[in-house]
Design a protein around this ligand. Structure first.
Ligand code: ADP
Length: 542
């Protein structure tokens, strides 16, 4: 029997109309070198209409790809809102990709237009001649005349283009299953792979972001969004904010600890989201220059494992609750969020908070062992995590031939290894490719990192497996010591003795100024391993 319900499409045109009218007074606040500039969602709606009119004039009449090469700011939000709503497809280019990868993704997605931030023009200009399908470049927040157009490409000024347009646009009816936006994985292995989110997947994901068991974004909140809009859709926060009328505080290019501390002080957001390395920098900044941040109700951290020591520092020194979350580009990205069950208190609650979190109803998960058997949710069995659901990728852009191993029987293979409790809390022990295999046993690089980062003199610690004649692999710990502090490898090893099993105690240590980071600020273990293979690390063997 068919239902009797209407079949209203979950389209981002509906989201834009709603956000810019019902929540017309919510704001997008962009940080600049002289404080904040503000725009209401009502104004964003009008500018989105102007942009859509302008793009129609540039031949964007169907599902052409419109790429962005932008920081988190008001213009990027306008583009996020306008492109899918007009029926085109937004492609957020990661400004930190290697040049050849940038060219690869622009050509692969067949970008027709690129909208670039004025400050990023020099970075794009070098690669532009190789972007074969690009016909128009629009320069926002800068001088378009600084960009020399390659043959066949027209350059426009964003503000001049918009000024000439009407602030009304007849947003079309869009099939909710059509593509709205494309993100590429950051390509830590091989070419980046594209994920095309649908209007429906983004809509459902946005609702989840706002739910109380997830990020709890709500009307009237001000959210500091440090997670970049050029990677994994900024964790879905821009669309979720338009949906519920939360204001957005956008750091633009001011991503260092000092300006972040400044924008916190001035704008006092209730909510913030970033990867652990960003918060590590901020915590050090706050140690050196104490400042009250207790107005932050919650800070959501994910993208890589949050060391428990970081959660405690936030809570005990700053009165701020950290909410740990897991996800990936292929999962839109929200996969799980660590909110303890109400009945859990004290250490039991902390144990839940250390985990990567609980799956929401729309994300179905299973663990698969080495021989392909599905493992129980007993909090002990360790296997590869696989997921299914309405905002989980079923294939990569380009069809079933692109990395087919990632998908089987309708499940996404995450490449993450961990365990799940009977009540659906995930604890990741590693990425499959980072697990250290020592003497037939597995050592979790994440557990070791968390333990080392618990030492008060340690700012960052990354662990990789290095070849060992006797044990196959042994852990190598790369440590960054906090400014003004000192600690030796022997002291760190002693510190670990009551925290990890004896056979796991690392004997290889190296002290570095900085752990290499990926384009989105995660520890780049591939490069760390390469440094080791090239003999670039000065290692103490205990
Ligand atoms: P990339 O693969 O380029 O890093 P993603 O941002 O999609 O791109 O990364 C997703 C991966 O990040 C996950 O598969 C997982 O390995 C890791 N990750 C994300 N959140 C967490 C977390 N809370 N704890 C541990 N690992 C995480």
């Amino acid at each position: 029997m068919l239902s009797t319900m209407q079949d209203g499409q979950l389209s981002l045109a509906r989201l834009l109309r709603h956000g810019s009218t019902v929540h017309s007074e919510a704001e997008v606040i962009t940080w600049t070198d002289s404080g904040a500039r503000r725009e209401t969602y009502g104004e964003v709606g009008k500018k989105a209409a102007k942009l859509a009119n302008a793009l129609r004039g540039l031949g964007v009449t169907g599902d052409q790809r419109v790429a962005t090469f932008m920081w988190n700011n008001a213009e990027h939000l306008t583009i996020y809102a306008a492109i899918p709503a007009m029926g085109a497809v937004l492609h957020t280019l990661n400004i930190r990709l290697f040049p050849e990868q940038l060219v690869y993704v622009a050509n692969h997605a067949e970008d027709h237009v690129v909208i670039v931030d004025g400050t990023l023009v020099p970075l794009l200009a070098k690669q532009l001649p190789e972007m074969k399908t690009v016909k128009h470049v629009i320069v926002a927040n800068g001088d378009a005349s600084t960009l020399e157009a390659p043959a066949g490409v027209q350059v426009h000024s964003y503000s001049a283009l918009l000024d000439a347009q009407s602030d009304e646009f007849d947003w079309p009816e869009i099939d909710e299953r059509s593509a709205a936006a494309i993100c590429y994985t950051s390509g830590t292995t091989g070419d980046p792979k594209g994920v095309a989110y649908s209007h429906r997947s983004i809509w459902l994901h946005s609702m989840q972001v706002c739910m109380s068991d997830s990020m709890r974004l709500a009307q009237g909140d001000k959210a500091l969004v440090i997670v970049p809009m050029f990677h994994a859709m900024s964790w879905g926060l821009p669309y979720a904010a338009l949906m519920v009328g939360a204001s957005l505080l956008m750091p633009d290019r001011f991503l260092q600890p000092k300006p972040i501390a400044e924008m916190l002080e001035v704008e006092r957001p209730e909510f913030a989201a970033a990867v652990p390395t960003v918060w590590q920098g901020l915590l050090q900044q706050l140690d050196a220059n104490p400042q009250d941040i207790s107005y932050l109700k919650e800070v959501v951290i994910g993208g890589s494992a949050v060391p428990p020591s970081m959660m405690h520092t936030f809570q005990e020194r700053h009165g701020v609750t950290v909410v740990h979350a897991w996800g990936m580009t292929e999962t839109s990205p929200l996969g799980s969020v660590a909110r303890p069950p109400k009945a859990a208190t004290g250490d039991a609650a902390w144990a839940y908070r250390y985990s990567q979190g609980r799956f929401p109803a729309s994300v179905t998960a299973r663990l698969v062992g080495d021989s392909g058997d599905v493992l129980p949710w007993d909090g002990e069995s360790v296997g590869e995590l696989e997921v299914q659901g309405p905002w989980i990728a079923g294939a990569y852009l380009g069809g079933a031939d692109v990395d087919p191993d990632k998908f089987h029987d309708g499940w996404l293979r995450t490449g993450d290894v961990g365990k799940i409790t009977h009540d659906g809390f995930l604890t990741l022990t590693d990425r499959a490719k980072d697990v250290i295999k020592s003497g037939g046993e597995w050592i979790s690089s994440v557990d070791l990192e968390n333990a080392v980062m618990g030492h008060p003199a340690v700012a960052e610690a990354a662990v990789v497996g290095i070849p060992d004649e006797k044990w196959d692999e042994r852990p190598l710990v790369a440590v960054v010591v906090k400014e003004g502090q000192s600690v030796t490898a022997e002291e760190l090893r002693d510190y670990l003795t009551d925290k990890v099993a004896k056979w796991q105690l690392p004997e290889n240590w190296t002290f570095v100024d900085e752990v290499p980071k990926t384009s989105v600020g995660k520890f780049d273990k591939k490069r760390l391993r390469a440094f080791h293979n090239e003999g670039k690390l000065d290692i103490s063997h205990l």
